[in-house]
Design a protein around this ligand. Structure first.
Ligand code: NAI
Length: 331
């Protein structure tokens, strides 16, 4: 039998976890031939309810799911993992500031970064979902000197999906025809959802949607504030769409990217597009498969876009400053 891919998921007993685990086990990420094993991390009080989720996973009788383990110890959950999806943490609540969230969730990622360093498999890739995901990823990475810089990702795919959906609805086209949408920067209000390089059925989106003011006055704020709007409406943060975006992120990294598109993920900047090296910043990315990727070069950035890219840089530098006491040796 093909060796299973070991996927560790933290916060597995939470809302996103509940929407995520079943789809990984069904083959939605690695394809219909590839077995998977799930290694779940939760805080001790959440283990009994996670036990119920594991019973449900058993009751689905997924042919590809070879094994499920749950633990409250990070080094057990991350043991030999090929992929680690860091979902565990407090979600943002209505009225909570970004600074509150940074200080609440940041400390989780020091210990989990060390555990990834010590216990994960030699080819591990790490996708951070828990917010503030760029800075949590920075903290975890800083404690994992053994894990190469190109193995770390923070999720901006939900923003990309939100942006693609808004463009498709405005243009009255199927969302699958919208390509080359990029989220630049931070998974926060400063993100720049780049519509200028987006295409609809191969034609620039700005030639199909000629209402320039719609893009700046409606589209950008709608995408950037969509998470808050969902919290207001639902009374809880996005969960199914966030789980779906985590699936998309790993699937996009694992499978080669078609030539006519790219996708967004925050990665460790190599200095591309003037973004200081080492910041966890979202770029347009293409994958060659199995987690090997590169930043798409030469995407047009005009003066207005440059200002927006720089706003993301400034915010990420200030977030890094806010958690400097939590950073380890590998930044
Ligand atoms: P939730 O509260 O339903 O679940 C979080 C789970 O994490 C809980 O079960 C909790 O027990 C667990 N947890 C807390 N501390 C932990 C630790 N140290 N180790 C392991 N598990 C731990 O929250 P939900 O809705 O599942 O969201 C999870 C995270 O994802 C939040 O930080 C949220 O802000 C973030 N998120 C990110 C998005 C993105 O686009 N990047 C979109 C939506 C949510």
């Amino acid at each position: 039998m093909t060796t299973p891919i070991r996927v560790a998921v933290t916060g597995a007993g939470g809302q996103i976890g509940y929407a995520l685990l079943f789809r990984i086990a069904s083959g939605a990420v690695f394809g219909p031939e590839q077995p998977v094993a799930l290694q779940l991390l939760e805080i001790t009080p959440a283990l009994p309810s996670l036990g119920g989720t594991i019973m449900e996973l058993e009751d689905c009788a997924f042919p590809l799911l070879t094994d499920v383990k749950a633990s409250d110890k990070a080094d057990v959950a991350f043991g030999d993992a090929d992929w680690v999806i860091l979902v565990g943490g407090l979600p943002r609540k209505d009225g909570m500031t970004r600074a509150d969230l940074i200080r609440a969730n940041g400390p989780i990622f020091t210990g989990q970064g060390k555990a990834i360093n010590d216990a994960a498999g030699p080819n591990v890739r790490v996708v951070t979902v828990a917010n503030p995901c760029n800075t949590n990823c920075l903290i975890a990475r800083s404690h994992a000197p053994k894990v190469a810089a190109d193995r770390w990702f923070a999720m901006t795919m939900l923003d990309q999906n939100r942006a693609s959906a808004q463009i498709a609805m405005k243009a009255g086209v199927p969302v699958g025809s919208v390509k080359k949408v990029t989220i630049w920067g931070n998974h926060s209000d400063t993100q720049y959802p780049d519509y200028k390089n987006a295409v609809i059925a191969g034609v620039p989106a700005t030639s199909v949607i000629t209402d320039a003011a719609w893009f700046t006055d409606t589209f950008i704020p709608t995408v950037a504030k969509r998470g808050g709007a969902v919290i207001k409406a639902r009374g809880a943060s996005s969960a199914a769409s966030a789980a779906n975006a985590a699936i998309d992120t790993v699937r996009n990294l694992y499978h080669p990217t078609p030539a006519d598109t790219w996708f967004s993920t925050a990665v460790v900047s190599d200095g591309s597009y003037g973004v200081p090296a080492g910041l966890i910043y979202s770029f347009p990315v293409r994958s060659k498969g199995e987690g090997n990727w590169s930043i798409v070069p030469d995407v047009a950035v005009d003066d207005d876009a440059r200002k927006r890219l720089d706003a993301g840089v400034a915010e990420l530098i200030s977030e890094r400053e806010a958690v400097k006491d939590l950073l380890g040796p590998a930044v």
